[in-house]
Structure formats: C-alpha cells, structure tokens
Design a protein around this ligand. Structure first.
Ligand code: SF4
Ligand code: SF4
Length: 327
C-alpha cells in the first residue's frame, strides 16, 4: 500500500467512528491520480462522454437482487428449520447452529460476556466461526446480506425518497458519532445491570425471533423505527444508532473483499452517493478527492452493491484484495 492509501486507510477507520471526510491535501494525492484530476478539468471530450453515458445508462439491479435473495433465503432457513423440525439452521440470528456448528452473533456474545463479567469459553468458540467468516467477507456484509431489518429499512427508504421528491418529508441528518455513543451506552448497560439490554430493543433480533417463533409486541418498536425513518430521518437506525453495524465494521477493517473505485472513468456526478447507506465512505468519488488511481472503499461499507449497480461508468466494482492481480 502506498503512502496516500495508507493514510486514507487510517482515516476511513476514523470515519467509521463518526468523523466527517476531509478533502485531501495536494501532497496526499499520488502523482498518477493528480494527472487524471488535471486531465478531467474542463475537458470537453470527457464531459460529452459523461453526458452520453448517463443518457444511455441502463438501470441494473443485479447485486441488489442477489442480495435480497440471499437475505430472504438465510432468514427463511431459520423459519423452515424450526417449523419442519430439521436440524439445518437452528436458533435465530442472535445465536444459532448451522449443521452442528455453533454460530453466535458477535455483538450479542460481547453483551452477554459484559453482563456476566467474564469470558465464556463456549461463546468464544461460537463466535470464532462467525469472526473468521465476517472478517473475510467484510463485517458489515452482515448488515445488507443477512439482517432482516436492513431489508425493511430499504423498502421504507424508497417510501421516504418518494415522499421527499413530493416535498412531503425531508431528511434530518443526525451526528454519526451518536452510533459510538449508543455502542458505549449498551456496553455499559450490560456491564452495570447484568442484562443484555440491547437485545430487548435490537430490531435485528426482534424481527428474527418474530419470523421464527411468531410476532410479539416488540414489533411495535420496529414499526416505530421505520416510521421515524420514513418521516424524519433517512435510514436513521442503521446510520446513526445500530451497535451491531459498528461491531461488524470493526471486524471487517482488513477484509480482502471490498468495493474498489477506479478514478479514470468516474464522472463525479455522485449517483453512487445518492443510493449509499453510508455515503461518507464514497467521499473519494467527489471531484479532486481520490488519493490514487484505484481506491478501496472503507470498512463502514456494507458491500450492498447498490453503488456498483448504479455507477454509469463502471468505476465501482467488487474486488478481492490481491486476487485481481493474479487473474
Ligand atoms: S459504498 Fe456501495 S457497496 Fe458500500 S454501502 Fe455504499 S452503496 Fe453499498
Ligand atoms: S463512481 Fe460514482 S460519481 Fe463516479 S461515475 Fe460512478 S456513480 Fe458517478
């Protein structure tokens, strides 16, 4: 990794903890990237190409459809295993057993250990498989490819955007540092009360249990969250509150699977940022910001693929670190 990318890597971790992205200094941009930034300034051919490509862009939902199918299948497996009484995927998203392997959600395991105030070896074994899996796939992949709340929130977001277009609602952004505050509050609550307080209000756990064992009153809380997101603040829970997202983001810091940005063909109109749950990770697409010709997107990215589907120039693609060089 060269110096500009190394510096950016550190900044992307801070971004995950709530810092706002900054424009890089000229000295922080690799010479090859500086050349491309310079070439694009007022270049008429490039502007014409951009207009043409955007006018003829075909809307794709390839990654979104794959993701929705995976998310629905994963959650249905729990339901079917329970109702058909087959030992395929038992339990719920919080703690489960997949063909005999124990899988325990990292955030839940952490909360349980904080509540019990000691390291529980069985929990450590259960989280091991999950830890390796999500470290390889990028922790926040859990959010967009598995979490049932993510899917509902995506649909609620469509309603929010439709209402916003009609000027009936507007988005009220909240300080992203709130997510760290929530994470600490729930950790301290578990430590102080001896109960996994977060589990009681986690929409992920509530929905997973409701799907498997049937609906309960807790679903009213999930409906209230969705209502808040539709009428007041776009994707508020996943953006500003969910401690699970932060835990998995940290797990995925060195993940080899990521979205990679290529500066050369990018039009900088920002279609990708408009669809992204965490647009701060795409600061690199803003004109003059890319520190190198190829830039990996940071660990807060959920690998949802919406930006890959949306980008009219093919500048954002999924990539496995080191593998593209081998192919
Ligand atoms: S950067 Fe792309 S893949 Fe990552 S969360 Fe945003 S839209 Fe999804
Ligand atoms: S990377 Fe983003 S800004 Fe660049 S062309 Fe693609 S959608 Fe547009």
């Amino acid at each position: 990794m060269n110096n500009p990318l190394r510096k950016r890597f550190g900044e992307q971790i801070l971004l995950m903890f709530g810092r706002e992205p900054k424009r890089p200094e000229e000295g922080d941009i690799a010479p090859a990237a500086q050349k491309i930034h310079f070439f694009k300034q007022g270049n008429r051919d490039f502007i014409a190409e951009k207009k043409h490509a955007r006018a003829h862009a075909v809307k794709k939902n390839t990654w979104r459809n794959r993701r929705w199918a995976t998310l629905i299948t994963a959650n249905l497996l729990f339901v079917l295993s329970y109702w058909l009484d087959v030992q395929l995927l038992e339990g719920s998203l919080t703690a489960s057993r997949f063909v005999g392997f124990h899988l325990i959600d990292l955030n839940s395991a952490l909360q349980v250990m904080l509540a019990h105030k000691h390291i529980i070896v069985n929990l450590l074994i259960g989280t091991g498989t999950i830890l390796v899996g999500w470290a390889l796939l990028g922790g926040r992949t859990f959010c967009s490819w598995v979490c049932p709340y993510h899917l509902l929130a995506e649909w609620a977001e469509k309603l929010h955007l439709w209402l916003a277009e009609k000027k009936l609602v507007s988005d009220a952004p909240i300080d992203r540092r709130l997510r760290v505050v929530f994470w600490l509050i729930f950790a301290l609550l578990a430590l102080g009360t001896g109960y996994t307080v977060y589990e009681a209000i986690s929409p992920t756990g509530i929905l997973s249990r409701a799907l498997i064992y049937g609906p309960g009153l807790a679903l009213l809380w999930v409906i209230a969250l969705l209502f808040f997101e539709v009428f007041f603040s776009r994707r508020a829970w996943c953006r500003y509150a969910c401690p699970i997202g932060l835990t998995y983001g940290v797990v995925g810091i060195v993940s080899p699977l990521r979205v990679k940005y290529t500066l050369e063909g990018c039009f900088h109109e920002g279609d990708c940022r408009k669809v992204c749950l965490v647009p701060h990770v795409l600061d690199t697409v803003i004109k003059g910001r890319a520190v190198d010709t190829e830039v990996p997107i940071g660990p807060d990215c959920t690998r949802c693929g919406l930006c890959v589907d949306t980008c009219p120039s093919g500048s954002l693609k999924f990539d496995v670190k080191g593998l593209s060089k081998l192919l």
